[in-house]
Each structure stands twice: as C-alpha cells, then as structure tokens.
Design a protein around this ligand. Sequence first.
Ligand code: PRX
Length: 652
Amino acid sequence: MNAKPNNLDALLDEKRQFGASAEFRKKAVVRDRGIYDKAKDDRLNFWESWAETLKWNEKWHTVLEWTPPYAKWFLGGRINVSENCLDRHLDEGRCDKTALIWEGENGESRHYSYQDLLEEVSRLANSLKSLGVKKGDRVAIYLPMIPEAAIAMLACARIGAVHSVVFGGFSPQSLADRINDLRATCLITADGGYRRGGVVPLKINADKALESCVTIEKVVVVARAGQPTKEFSAEMQNGRDHWYHELIRGAESNCSPEVMDSEDLLFVLYTSGTTGKPKGIVHTTGGYLTQVVATTKCVFDLQEDDVYWCTADVGWITGHSYIVYGPLANGATVLMYEGAPDWPDKGRFWEICQKYNVSIFYTAPTAIRAFMKWGKEWVQKYDLSSLRLLGTVGEPINPEAWVWYHEVIGEERCPIVDTWWQTETGAIMISTLPAVSQTRPGSAGEAFPGICTTLLDEDGESVKAGFLAITEPWPSMLRTIYGDDERYEDTYWSKWNGIYFPGDGAKIDEDGFLSILGRVDDVLNTAGHRIGTMEVESALVDHPSVAEAAVVGKFHEVKGEAIAAFVILKEKWDASDELVMDIRNHVAEKIGAIARPDSIVITADLPKTRSGKIMRRLLKDVAEGKALGDTTTLADPSVVQGLKKQYLSEQQ
Ligand code: PRX
C-alpha cells in the first residue's frame, strides 16, 4: 500500500498523552465511558436514542434496513431538518438566543436570534416556492461566507428542495458541471464576495457557467458586494434573475415545513475522486441529522452558553455538518466569518475569538501550520481565555502542529479533538470524546460510539497498519453517488464484501490510539482541500500546448501536500516561464484557484511501465527529492533518472 506518512514520521515515536482538566470533566456532556458500552451492547438502540432527541412528525417503524451496500435509516419516519434547526428551539425557550453571529471581512457584524433566523429562512422558503421551486427540485448554491448561505440551505430543507452548495472558489466550468449533473432548476448566488480586500465576481462567474446550463430557470442574487465597480456589476437577466432582498421583502415570514420522509434527499455535495469527474455525494434526512446532532454534542462538548466557531467554508462538508446542521439542531450560537485569516493582518482570527468570546474553535491542520509560521506574537496580542475546546479536521495533523495548537492557542487548558471523517461519511466517525479520553498528538483516537472501524489489508485480514475500513452502516452515511449507483458500488464497496473503504491508510499503536496517515488513492489533500490528480491532469491536457500530464502530491510544510505537475508539450511548443505560468492559470480557470499546480516541470518523457501506466510513485520521489523507489518495472528506467537530474537542476 501507498500510505503517505510524509511529515508524520514523528508519529512513530509519539508517546505523549494529554487529558482534560478535572473542571472540564465535571461539566462535560459525556463524563464516562458508559456511552461506549451502551453503543456496543445495542448499536441500533444507541442511534435510536439520539434520533429520539429530534422532533419527528411521525416515528420510524424500523431503525435500519441494510441491503449491502444500500442503507436506509429510520424507515417510515417523517421529519423536517429546518424545523429541527429552528422552530424546535422556539418551543424550547431559545427564541431570543443568538443562533448566528456573522463577522464580515470588513468588520461589519450581524446577529440573528433563533426567531430572526426562522423568519428569514421562512421568507426565502416562501420566495423560492413563489419562483416555482418544489419538493425534490435541485437548487445550486454558489455564495460567499455570508449568513444567506446558511439561510439558503435551511430554506431548501424547509420546502424539501435538495441543495447542492458549490464552493465560491470554484470556476464557472466546475459550477456548470455540477448544475448539469444535478439538472438543477434554481441557482442562489451573490453579486460578489469579499476575499482579502478584493471582490470575487460570483455573478459574472455564474453567468458564464449558465451559458452551458439549460435546466436553470431562476437565479436569486444576494447583493453582497454592492456592485462597487462596473467590472463586478451583476447584470440581471429579465425573468430569470431576482434580487434576494427584493424577493424576501414581500414574502410571508411564516412557512410551514414540508414533512419529509427520513430517506428523502437533503443535499448532494460534490467531492473529488480518482477520475476526472467529481462525485455527487447523496445525503438524506433522518439519519444524517441524527448523527450530526450526536457528534456535535458529544465531540465538541456543546453547552448552552458556548460560542462555537468552525472556520470551514459552507461549500465543504464541514460547513454543512458543523456550521449549519449539527450546531443549529443543537440550539447553539454559531459564529461565521466571511474572510481570510490574514486579513487585514495575521491576528484576525484571534481578534474575532476575543471579540465574540469564542469558546469552541474548529479548524484545519493547514491553518494551524500557517499560524505557527506567522508566529505566536499574533496570537498573544489577544485574550483567548474564553476558549475551552479546540478541534481539527481535514487532514493528518503532525504532532508538532498539535502541540503548538495545544500550547499557544489552547494555553494548555483546552482539550483537542482530532476528528476524522469525510464528505461521504456525513459526520464525524473517529475522534476522542474530550472528557473521557486521553489524547495523543497526531492521533484521532478511536471510533465514535456506534461506529465500527477496523484496519485491514488488501485481503481483508485485520492488521495494525493498513487500510481504514468501516464494517457496519452508520446513520449519516452517503446513500449513493447521484445518478451513478455503479460508481458508488465500485468506489466504496468493491474492495471487501459489505465493508466500506474510505481510501485512507491508518495505524493503531500499542496503546490503542488510531492515527490516520492519509489517502492511499489518487486523491490529493492540499491545504485541507480534496482534489483528484485526474481532475488536475484533465485540466492540464486541456491547455493547447500540453500533450500529456501527470500530477502528484509532494510534501508541503503548510499545505500538507502541494500539487506537483509533470507535463509533456506538444510538438512546436517551447518551454518558457511564461508558458508554465499560463498552464498553471489555465488549471485555476478550469477548476478553481485551489487546484492551481504549485510547480510544473516540463519534460520530454514520463516514467511508464511496460503496459504504459505512468508511475506516479516515482514522480512523487522526484518531486520530494527522495531516493527513487523500485524502478525495475519501468519500460525505460533512464527516463526517470533524467527527470530527477532535470528536476534537481531546476530547483537550484
Ligand atoms: O484523507 C482523509 C482526510 O480528508 C479526507 C476527506 O476529505 P473531505 O471529504 O473533503 O472531508 C474533509 C472534512 C471532513 C479523508 O479521507 N481527513 C479528514 N479528517 C482527517 C483526515 N485525515 C487525517 N485526520 C483527520 N482528522
């Protein structure tokens, strides 16, 4: 197998353990390991007891129907997610409690109580209905990090429309691909979004995307950027485009939630796989909500007076489950920030923590490594005494970054939860529970109660280091890939019989701590973003000069992995710095800036096996300056030797 320990070498000798303080443990949501015993004794009953904490219009008659690899949870149950995230809290006395605090990049701030949020969501839900959006219709959401993003998701959930949020950093082409795959009929976007003082022209991008989309009938546009210059002005197409503020101004603030079947679709979220085409991950209603509610409460030790901040973008699964659905279904106060961590300076996050008394902070290792690089002076300017719990997600965390997070941000007071999960799993699957588990830097800990994980080798034999595997279905699991059951079966369920293969390598140490080592397939994790090597390769060969391309991830101090591309030019094209820049920009235009290769090496040849398969493993060795691994299966070993020499000379 090809697990990538990279900067995780230090894990091998990691023996330190940390535990929560007695004070933390005393008040914690979960105070003893009885929760694990309960789940072990009767897994289905454990999940049922969490489902019972939600408001159902009709109770389920069967907890689980498992016809591998297809699962249905809480069959016969009827429920609405938006009602559980909003209306329910008014009945439980949280009418005036702040549901959402929003901090704009330029320092403006908005607060929504649960009552405000319910009214705003209901107005948009009614507006969508008036535009003809019905239960089961697909609505694409392409917005910056503004409250309207969460409001749009909840409004769709309220009327039973299926939302698909597309990260605002994605290109017009990526947006169009997703809209077309879904046959979405409505798009919710904004005139622009702020990022490091500049404006991302979302409406212009959306208009470009819509040139190749025939199914979109209505576009709702949030006036965020205020059309500062002509360059960014959103031209509104008569009959198709509607300003959000005009629509909701005339809409009723009462909208009764559509009663949904537990297995009705809640959303589709696209993620990268090992082919050039992203996968539309399908999530449904009752099981998803049950697991996000349980994990938010237990893993983050959510208390009534917490101010909870997850720094992810709503365009990713973390934003879905742990900015919107999990915290709001628990009646929490959620903070949402629009901009970058280093704008206007590198202390911005800590200024926000101080300003709003943030108590729970959830971010990605790549951000922690950037904070480390910027230095603790930026952190220590601010009072972070409100913080009581820290979380990390998205990629393996190296022990050095973990300890820095613990000492500098957590001031040695805050337990850290390292949460492993995926777009496909919908909710956290592996993590410590802060008051009852010891933590070890670089280790996610153990499976959440009710989740069954193991480590297997290729033949399905149990091992101490190997592939991570999930042996039983879980409530928030993906149900399929939108419109492609075959790909669903092949990708996740064909390695072992009836066992889910997440695509990660992992190891378990002698004290039982589970560490995730990274992807074992052709998926990169760069700055916490998941990108398929094939996706980048397809964008590279789309450039007129490129004949062939191969992409690998190479170790990067901050991003975890950087995107390294090797490219063969077509005849008559000459290598130059300008051409390299142009090819890099082409990839960013095709997919989005997150996929822009960090380096491109122009080469005359690529290392291939005798059957013509590119050996990416060797390219990775070249890119990381390591000794070359086994080259005996190559058709021509001199190709990779030459490439290595070229690479080294270009680096100097
Ligand atoms: O490789 C694992 C890594 O991120 C992948 C999932 O990416 P995505 O679907 O974009 O979801 C990210 C946020 C949940 C996984 O297959 N990953 C996620 N969390 C961790 C992690 N790797 C190590 N440790 C984690 N805590």
